[in-house]
Each structure stands twice: as C-alpha cells, then as structure tokens.
Design a protein around this ligand. Structure first.
Ligand SMILES: [Ca+2]
Length: 368
C-alpha cells in the first residue's frame, strides 16, 4: 500500500537518496583505504541495535565519535564537526515518531476524499499568488529547466503549504538519533555528514531545523539532496530554500530535471472510458523494481493513439504518440486518467499515487 497521510517528512525523501545521493570521493587513495578500513571496524562496532531499550547516551556519544571520524575522513572541517555534534542528546520523540509510521492496508483508501482535502481553493489560490509574486522570473526559470512552474509550485504547496510549516526539529539531533537507532543507519548517517558539509559550505547551523526525519526548507530536501540539487533561482549566487520562492522553484525544477522530466508533456490527462471498459484487462505484466504497491495499480503502457483505438478518449490535449498508463483509482464508473512518464517523476519526489495525483491536479488548477 501507499503511505496516505504525509507529514513534511514523507518517505520520499528516503527514496530520493537512491537517485541523488553520492558522497564526494576521498581526495587520495591512502585516505580512501584508511576510510574503508575505519568504516569496516566501526560498522562492526556500531551494528544496528536490536531494540530501543539498548539506546543509551553513552552509546550515542561513542557513536558520534565514529561519525566525527568518518566526517573528518570525508573532508569536513573540525570546527563544523565540533559545532554540529558536541552536546547532542538522543531525541526520544524522533524515535517515537519513526516507529509510529502508518502500516499498510490491504485495500487502498479511495482517492477522491484525499483529493478534496488537498486540492482545495485555499491551496490553489495560494499557489497562484506565489507565482504572481515572482512572475518576472518565471519565463527564465522555465527556459532554464523546462519544467512548468505550476507543477513545481504544487510540490511546494504539498510539502509545506508554501512554506507555512517547515518543521522545527534540530536536524543534527534528529539525524544523529535516527542513525544511532540503527534501522536505516547508512541513510541517516550519510545525511548527518551531508548536513555538516552544508555547514562547511556556509549554511548557518542555526538554519538546520526541519522535520523529525531530517527534511528542511520550503521543498523539504534532505541534506544530500540540497548538496547535489539545490539551485539559485534569483541570481544572488546562493540556493536559499528557506526563504526564497525563486530558489525553491529552481531547486525543485532541478530535481525534476534529474529525475527525467520531459519538457512539453503533461503529467497526465483525464480520460473517458467506453461503456463496459475494464482497465483490469490491460494490467501491466511488468514487475516494478521499486515502489510496487504504487505502480501495480497502473495499467500496461500504451500510446495515446492505442488507447483511442480501444475507445479511451483523453479529455485534454496530448500527443498521440506519448506512452501512458491508465489509472482508475476508485474503480468502475469513477474518474480515470492517462499518466505519462512525468507522473513517474512526481512519484520520485514522493512515491504515492495520492501524492502524485494531488500534485498533478493542483498544478492544473494553479495553471488555470
Ligand atoms: Ca538565490
């Protein structure tokens, strides 16, 4: 099933890392070899803990010494290591939130009520207003990235309600806690070190506040995503995703470019089905490599022209040669859509049909 209810720290930020993580290699082979040896020794010493009751402040501090050494081996300055890690304590609230994530339901809840809550007039009008405020920058942003600003704005609206809530957890403390807790240690340890690299780049540590799971700023990037993907949209040379609308749009656009957004294609279009049409007859035979519960609800891929030949009619302009999958989330007699590869780009931000559909439809409404 999909995660239906999203906090500003949705699971997508973890998936994001599969695509965009990438630490800089150590500067020379000797250091590289030393780092590898060091990592092996300490990985053995800091294997994931079996249960929450194994966590202790003393163990946490030992673990942070290991993280400090690893950060040093990756070139992080001692000043940053000290200011980031010294005095940190375990945040038990973060562990509670992490272990309380919703489970999976056998039958996905209907999409329509979710859309009604998330694509409402307040969010549509706020998105229009945000774009209006930087209308002079939009043509150059769209030329530079090839991603419609309203799609990117819809992401911003979904992640943080256009910056209204970005989270006030101490990110270093959250990431260190989650890494030490150990269920996804490699992920969170890498993010903690990426956070320190951000500080070395000049981002004030005081800015490093965000969700309990380590995401921050208007678009809720993780530190590693910021390092590889954040972009300057207003030309001041700095990617400020905490206060700048233009930088937020540039950064999310850049994320979409890296995820394979195709310029000129919609994310999807509504579709009408002929009487008696059963999408189950066109189920995909491909086994999705990731995020299977999301993708298995989509049909096999066909061109728009092939769907037309079967009586399926797109309800908005779309080129006949575009490959699409049919999706009728709430069953026979309800709304249906033809989804393009750009829908999958939105899924890379957060792999949920609920999320991606509401982002796409919100974008359409903002553009209207
Ligand atoms: Ca900027």
């Amino acid at each position: 099933m999909e995660v239906v209810h999203f906090t500003p720290n949705g699971i997508h930020k973890w998936l994001v890392l599969c695509d965009f993580a990438g630490m800089k290699p150590a500067r020379n082979s000797v250091r590289n070899a030393f780092s590898a040896l060091f990592a092996v020794l300490f990985t053995v010493g800091f294997a994931p803990l079996a249960a929450a009751q194994s966590l202790s402040q003393a163990g946490f501090e030992s673990y942070l010494q290991y993280v400090a050494a690893k950060a040093r081996s990756e070139g992080v300055s001692q000043a940053t290591i000290s200011s980031t890690l010294s005095g940190l304590t375990i945040n038990t609230r973060v562990i509670e939130l992490d272990t309380a994530q919703p489970g999976r339901a056998d039958t996905p809840p209907p999409l329509s009520p979710y859309l009604a809550r998330h694509v409402d007039s307040a969010r549509i009008n706020a998105g229009k207003a945000k774009l209006q405020q930087i209308a002079n920058l939009l043509p150059s942003l769209e030329r530079r990235f090839g991603v419609p600003p309203q799609v990117v704005t819809a992401i911003w609206g979904h992640e943080t309600n256009y910056g209204k809530y970005t989270g006030d957890f101490d990110l270093a403390r959250s990431l260190a806690t989650l890494a030490y807790e150990g269920r996804r240690r490699a992920l969170f340890e890498g993010e903690l070190i990426a956070l320190m690299k951000m500080v070395d780049r000049g981002v004030p540590l005081s800015r490093m506040k965000g969700s309990w799971a380590g995401a921050f700023g208007y678009p809720q990037f993780l530190p590693s995503v910021y390092l590889t993907t954040a972009a300057d949209g207003d030309g001041d040379g700095y990617a400020d995703i905490w206060t700048s609308s233009a930088d937020t749009l540039a950064s999310v656009s850049n994320y979409f470019v890296k995820a394979g957004w195709r310029h000129g294609q919609p994310w999807g279009v509504g579709a009408s089905l002929p009487p008696g049409f059963n999408p189950d007859n066109y189920a995909s035979r491909l086994a999705p490599s990731s995020c299977a519960r999301v993708h298995e609800r989509h049909s096999a891929w066909k061109t728009v022209n092939e769907w037309r030949a079967l009586g399926v009619q797109p309800l908005a302009p779309i080129d006949g040669n575009v490959m699409t999958a049919l999706f009728q989330p709430d069953g026979p007699g309800t709304r249906a859509w033809l989804l393009t590869g750009n829908y999958r780009v939105i899924l890379q931000y957060n792999c949920s049909n609920y999320y991606a559909m509401s982002v796409g439809l919100l974008a359409d409404e903002i553009a209207r």
